[in-house]
Design a protein around this ligand. Structure first.
Ligand code: SAM
Length: 254
């Protein structure tokens, strides 16, 4: 018996991995984490499977369900939105499973940041502009650890994907502007890859007004950085003639 933490992807039911989809089909117990897990992904479960929305369950109740399945030797699909390793609260579930000696595995998924980059048709790491992506959030009920406040992170001027924070957009703009500049491109993407996906692009100077006009208050991702509107960046080494030549030499030598 194994508990599989499965990333369902950002919304489009086709953005789950083949492995995640197979496990959902096969597991006799499917626990899914609320309305952000696409219904179609869950409907792929076996008609005889027990399916439970855990949005209203606390940790103890979730673990009790898993424990009961463990006693009956039944595999469990534990389905989270995006990738389970990001803001999925799987840490405390895994800690409990370890304490109880219940085996588990993680099946990764497409996180909102990558679905957002795909929607915008942008590369988040461009030579000469940014080679680093910071995945973070603004402090909410969860405080930010020391050294991880937005001004601390903004000093790097790296590409930034900010989760769980669209309701703090004005504070975010005030904290980022001294480091990125008021003309730095920003995109705020709402429910990426869902049928009602929407988004606005702008700069740190005008994004807050644009987002307020659109009324996004949750389930939105904030992408910040000059990679969003790149100008004159050098081509990456990967596809350069020089790289192709040295690759051929290595291949021939091998
Ligand atoms: C609890 S976190 C879960 C993140 C998820 N594990 C992931 O990897 O995308 C929820 C936050 O992720 C972001 N998010 C998740 N799905 C999204 C989507 N389809 N479009 C935009 N943002 C999304 C939003 O910032 C939202 O507030």
């Amino acid at each position: 018996m194994t508990v599989y933490f499965i990333g369902a992807g950002p919304g489009d039911p086709e953005l789950i991995t083949v492995k995640g989809q197979r496990l959902i089909r096969e597991c006799p117990l499917v626990l899914y984490a609320g309305s952000l897990v696409p219904k179609e992904v869950i409907l792929a479960a076996n008609p005889d499977a027990e399916i439970v929305n855990t949005a209203d369950l606390n940790l103890e109740e979730i673990i009790a369900r898993i424990r009961a399945a463990h006693e009956r030797d039944l595999d469990v699909a534990r389905v989270h939105t995006g990738d389970p390793a990001l803001y999925g609260a799987i840490g405390e579930q895994m800690r409990e499973l370890e304490r109880l000696g219940i085996p588990y595995e993680i099946v990764p998924g497409v996180t909102a940041a990558f679905a957002g980059a795909a929607l915008l048709r942008r590369e988040l790491t461009l030579p000469g502009i940014s080679q680093t992506l910071i995945l973070t959030r603004h402090a909410g009920k969860t405080a930010m650890p020391k050294g991880e406040s937005l001004p601390d992170l903004a000093r790097h001027q790296a590409t930034m994907a900010i989760y769980l924070s669209v309701d703090k957009l004005r504070e975010i703009v005030a904290e980022l502007t001294p480091h990125y500049g008021a003309d730095c491109p920003v995109a705020v993407l709402h429910r990426v890859s869902w049928p009602d996906q929407d988004g606005v692009v702008g700069t740190l100077a005008d994004i807050a007004g644009k987002v307020e006009a659109r009324g996004f208050t949750r389930t939105a991702l904030i992408l910040v950085g000059r990679v969003l509107q790149p100008e004159g960046f050098p081509a990456s080494y990967l596809y350069s003639a020089e790289h192709a030549e040295s690759y051929r030499q290595h291949a021939n030598a091998g």
